[in-house]
Design a protein around this ligand. Structure first.
Ligand code: COA
Length: 331
């Protein structure tokens, strides 16, 4: 296993974009059998953003990407790789990254998607860091973008969990003692049916029957997500702490994926991190899947609370299962 990074990579710019339309918990109470207070107390969500009919994932993604390029003080022409982490692509073909490349007019860039659902941005950042480490690419635009509203059954109470949004980061070369210090990624395909979209792929192509049965919507086993999240997040986090020799008390901010406030509180308790250090925006955006980590990073970056040498801990768990953690030294 390779965990020692050769050439360092760091984040030099961030951006994010969420659609304007808001669905509050109170609004959801009017369309399905749910309870606004329960949603807030259990999941930490007050409202979520929902894309319009004519808005696709790439429409959110390119806007977040453009902002990250500007924040990095680069030109679109400087980007040589675009990775889009998404589980809700514009189409099955071509990749959403190709739509984004065209919308950005970033024609010097190679573009591809990465599929790891809620862990997608974390996995994509590690891919970017590898390309920087090997010297193949100089400026990688990593985007996490999802529109789960498009695969949500709005007649079921499972519609409360997700919102739409996108975030982005430009990853470039760093000095020896800054940027990504470690990352650990894991996959466990034995958990593949705990969160899934059954129809629309090669296993079960879309048909009138699959649509009538609602098999093009996501299906989630909530309890499995909770049990797995609270088991694997501490495992991945403790491993990157061991890899780097960093004590949990030295971590300045944790930017986790946003599955539910209960999972985040339990994880913080298990790793011994005060919850004030755990970044969350679930109240405003719910779970934006691939978008959660980069949106939070952009908010933290723009809030000016980040200082040079701050240690940021990233962690994510997603369908697959996929999970992992990473530590960066901000500069
Ligand atoms: C969702 C979760 C709270 C459900 O709890 P659970 O005990 O596992 O599952 P149940 O479906 O038996 O629900 C228990 C009770 O919670 C309440 N509840 C569950 N979903 C609800 C919803 N959408 N709205 C209102 N109440 C809800 C109900 O009171 C329900 O009891 P009932 O079935 O008698 O009505 C829990 O599984 C969880 O937190 N999972 C993590 C989910 C997550 O993070 N998903 C992120 C996406 S990857």
């Amino acid at each position: 296993m390779m965990h020692q990074i050769v050439k360092r990579a760091k984040i030099i710019g961030t951006g994010s974009y969420v659609p304007e339309n808001i669905y509050t918990n109170e609004y959801l109470e009017t369309i399905v059998d749910t309870n606004a207070d329960w949603i807030y107390e259990t999941l930490g969500i007050k409202e979520r953003r929902i894309t319009g009919k004519d808005e696709a994932t790439s429409d959110l993604a390119w806007k977040a990407g453009q902002e990250a390029i500007e924040d990095a003080r680069l030109n679109v022409k400087d980007i040589d790789l675009i990775i889009v982490a998404t589980a809700t692509p514009d189409r099955l073909a071509p990749s959403t990254a190709c739509f984004v490349q065209d919308k950005l007019k970033a024609y010097n860039a190679v573009a591809f998607d990465l599929s790891a659902v809620c862990s997608g941005f974390l996995f994509s950042m590690s891919v970017a860091a590898q390309y920087i480490a090997s010297g193949v690419y100089q400026n990688v635009l990593v985007i996490g973008a999802d529109t789960f509203s498009k695969i949500t059954d709005w007649e079921k109470r499972s519609c409360v969990f997700f919102g739409d949004g996108a975030g982005a980061a430009v990853v470039s070369q760093a000095n020896i003692n800054e940027g990504f210090l470690a990352y650990r990624l894991y996959s466990d395909g034995s958990g593949k049916y705990n969160f899934t979209v059954p129809a629309g792929g090669s296993e079960m192509p879309s048909s009138l029957d699959t649509v009538n049965k609602g098999l093009h919507y996501f299906q989630m086993k909530g309890r499995e997500v909770y049990n797995t999240g609270t088991r694997v997040l501490p495992k991945a986090i403790n491993q990157v702490l061991r890899d780097t020799g960093i004590d949990i008390n030295e971590i300045d901010f944790m930017i986790p994926h946003q599955p539910s406030i209960s999972i985040l509180k339990k994880t913080a308790e298990l790793i011994g991190l005060p919850f004030e250090k755990v970044m969350t925006n679930m109240d405003r955006y719910a779970n934006t899947s691939g978008g959660t980590i980069p949106i939070l990073l952009d908010e933290l970056n723009k809030s000016k609370r980040l200082k040079k040498d701050d240690l940021i801990l990233f962690a994510a768990v997603g369908s697959g299962w996929t999970y992992g953690a990473s530590i960066i030294k901000w500069s």
